[in-house]
Design a protein around this ligand. Structure first.
Ligand SMILES: [Fe+2]
Length: 233
């Protein structure tokens, strides 16, 4: 029974990820890269396996609120956002938590951390203005990984900047945007080196992902899907 329940929960999460891919392959690739970087940081922080699993889930589903019909057009436009659009975009963390609400009995942290992924260490983030350790740990880890990917990967509305630009941005945001201890760890040599090679692998034009089966050529890093039962891994 237990093995079956584990398989069912893994299948549910994978289905949800497939839905993200199907709606928007760019977001599917983004959340996988974010999960890859977040797991490097989580492992370096010595977090236990259960916490790493939670962080991976938050990373993979942090942007699920962007799939909302009210926001898809905004995210798919290439132009700069109007103030009104920017306000709409800021609803995506709570919309994400709403989408994930039925899973809260099984993953109580998921919705809360997804809702908090744009909070800032100094309390100036959104939607709630949570401060410091009031922001769930999972969201603090994902926030660094998410910002790193937003800078280093070209999106519709911005150009990619270099690894060192991203490192500088994390250093600048230490203690204001980001948890200072986690930011220091991310910037430490061994962690930064691992993140940089993961980034190069993810951006390599030679690595095309499973979307190939749909005739697409988006580069998506393979991640471990640690929530997958080991027997199926
Ligand atoms: Fe986001």
């Amino acid at each position: 029974m237990r093995a079956r329940a584990e398989r069912l929960s893994a299948a549910t999460l994978e289905t949800l990820l497939n839905a993200i891919d199907a709606n928007d392959a760019d977001t599917g690739a983004h959340v996988r890269r974010v999960a890859t970087y977040a797991l490097i940081l989580a492992e370096a922080a010595g977090l236990d396996e259960a916490t790493q699993h939670r962080i991976e889930r938050v990373a993979l589903f942090h942007d699920i609120g962007k799939l909302h019909g009210a926001l898809t057009d905004i995210f798919h436009e290439g132009s700069r956002l109007t103030p009104e659009e920017r306000r709409a975009v800021r609803t995506h963390p709570l919309r994400g938590a709403e989408v994930l609400a039925p899973l809260s009995t099984f993953y109580p942290e998921l919705g809360k951390s997804v809702a908090a992924h744009h909070e800032r260490w100094d309390g100036s983030g959104y939607p709630r203005g949570l401060k410091g350790r009031k922001i769930p740990l999972e969201a603090r880890v994902v926030s660094i990984a998410d910002s790193f990917d937003a800078i280093t990967h070209r999106r519709r509305y911005s150009h990619a900047r270099s690894f060192s630009a991203a490192v500088n941005a994390i250093a600048d945001g230490k203690g204001t945007q980001f948890d200072p201890d986690l930011a220091d760890l991310f910037l430490s040599r061994p962690v930064a080196d691992k993140v940089e090679s993961a980034m190069r692998r993810a951006h390599s034009p030679h690595r095309k992902n499973e979307n190939r089966r749909h005739g697409e050529t988006k580069s998506t890093p393979d991640i471990t899907f640690r929530w997958r039962p080991r027997s199926r891994a």
